[in-house]
Ligand binder design. Structure first.
Ligand SMILES: Cc1ncc(C[n+]2csc(CCOP(=O)(O)OP(=O)(O)O)c2C)c(N)n1
Ligand SMILES: [Mg+2]
Length: 221
């Protein structure tokens, strides 16, 4: 199957073949000029992903909780068609408050969709505050296990943990769908963004972009 990465605002679904070392996904890139249109009505980046405006998307979404169901559809189709691709879905820790995720989790566990992986971006924040103060979904790994999944927890900023977890998931050897709970920091590396839920949906001003880039570059040198 030709791999594609359908990206959604609130969930990301991607496919890749199981027999390759690195996902051969060809992620089309956005021209940097487009970024200035973030959250402008009628632009390709108007806020929620709109497939009609942004052809790199597989599905128009934005309503939280739909990504895992979409991923289940593709994983199930692969099984039925005897095709060798793996579906990866990324969801947020606020997003999993949506009940649709748990019906999907139950379905995937029951049908032993070993060709499906759900990565939870466990950054402890959602749109307007901290997940623990709004509706805490913890303990996430235990919940997925209870729904028949194989679940691991990783530091989502540590490639030495993330890559082996993804590689193991892709083998499907657990015989079950895999949940990877990735502990992350939203806005990591930018001092004025970390731990500040206000940055959920606002575009930084040019001088803030400059300050952020400086901090990030200083950290990698
Ligand atoms: C069904 C639905 N309810 C509410 C919203 C508004 N909303 C957009 S993002 C968001 C929070 C999502 O939190 P999380 O999944 O943790 O993502 P993060 O902010 O950490 O990237 C909310 C409530 C929505 N898009 N869809
Ligand atoms: Mg979150």
């Amino acid at each position: 199957m030709m791999p594609r990465i359908p990206t959604c605002r609130t969930a990301t679904v991607s496919f890749c073949r199981r027999d390759t070392v690195a996902p051969p996904c060809t992620r089309p890139t956005l021209k940097s000029a487009t970024l200035i249109l973030l959250r402008k009505l009628g632009s390709p980046l108007q806020g929620h992903p709109d497939k009609r405006m942004l052809p790199i998307l597989e599905a128009s979404t934005g309503s939280l909780g739909q990504g895992l169901s979409i991923g289940i559809g593709t994983a199930l189709a692969a099984k039925l068609d005897k095709r060798d691709y793996h579906t990866f879905v990324m969801v947020g820790d606020g997003e999993v408050q949506e009940g649709q995720n748990w019906e999907a989790a139950m379905f995937a566990g029951f049908h032993k969709l070993a060709n499906l992986t759900c990565i939870v971006d466990n950054n402890r924040q959602q749109l307007d505050g901290f997940v623990k103060d709004i509706l805490d979904p913890a303990p996430l790994a235990e919940k997925f296990r209870a729904f028949g999944w194989f679940a691991v927890e990783v530091d989502g900023h540590d490639f030495e943990q993330v890559i082996p977890a993804l590689e193991e998931a892709r083998t499907g050897k657990a015989g079950k769908p895999t949940a990877i709970v990735a502990h992350t920091i939203k806005g990591k590396g930018v001092s004025f963004m970390e731990n500040n839920p206000e940055w959920h949906g606002i575009a930084p001003k040019p001088e803030q972009v400059q300050a952020a880039v400086q901090e990030l570059e200083a950290a990698v040198v």
